[in-house]
Design a protein around this ligand. Sequence first.
Ligand code: NAP
Length: 285
Amino acid sequence: MTSSVAVLGTGIMGAGMARSLVKAGLDVTVWNRSADKARPLADDGAKVAADPAEAVSGADVVVTMLFDVDAVAEVMQRALAATPEHAIWAQTSTVGLAGTQRLADLAGRYGRGFVDAPVLGTKQPAERGELIVLASGPRELAPRVEPVFEAIGSKTVWVGERVGDGHRLKLVLNSWVLSITAATGQAIALTRDLGVDPQLFLDTIAGGVTDSPYAQLKGKAMLAGDFAPAFGLAGAVKDSELIIDALREVGDDPALMQAVHHLMSAAADAGHADEDMAAVVHAFR
Ligand code: NAP
């Protein structure tokens, strides 16, 4: 029976997920390194803990939603010994294949169940409980984490029992969204720099076989200069590196993702790291 959930990390994604868990009637405790991002969740009905160990001390399920593998490992090293013996760790941050293995090994050292559960979707789906959860791990843990996945997501895909299968599919999906975003940035920049109204690019593909809702979403943001982060550029830089590692690991050519990584990094280095990855459009000049 899962009734109590700890959420470690209440950034763009974790805050929305915590609110969705509260709305689903679960008993939610949150912790965030910068306390100012966790505190407002008290108004939504979550308990706010002073440190990770306090947050997880009564948790049936611990959800981690932190930036990268080093952040997750560091926080969970402070928390794991305080988790109840029956607690399951649902790891939703995007940490790559080696990162997932490292965290599964850490859970194993403390004898805690581990479910790899990266998510698809950004800020708005997290707030609405409409993420897609890409889960993998021992099947017998599924009933214990499903109430959490049902609260944060509209769909759970159980990808396999192998550690990291959820992340294998997640990296494929992120390779797709990062590539579409960079390609949209290139099309908008090229239209503009050829002296044609870039809105005509989006209008011309609209509704046809080459259209994509994601290209429309990110293209509109690029044209409006609205880079409020839904999927942050710093995260896109991190994820493109994780995808390059995976391509190399299996012997596939990483050239396309290396180009995407180069462009995302250039835009981040030009001062846009905290903006949405649509800010990649700046890298073409
Ligand atoms: P975010 O808003 O930047 O949040 C990052 C979180 O990590 C914050 O809580 C931050 O704490 C914490 N953090 C960073 N370094 C830390 C450290 N060394 N120790 C402790 N806490 C640390 O990012 P986000 O968009 O929510 O992304 C979180 C994870 O979800 C990432 O792995 C990302 O790749 C993945 N993801 C994001 C999206 C998306 O569209 N945004 C979609 C799917 C998956 P502070 O507040 O103190 O900085």
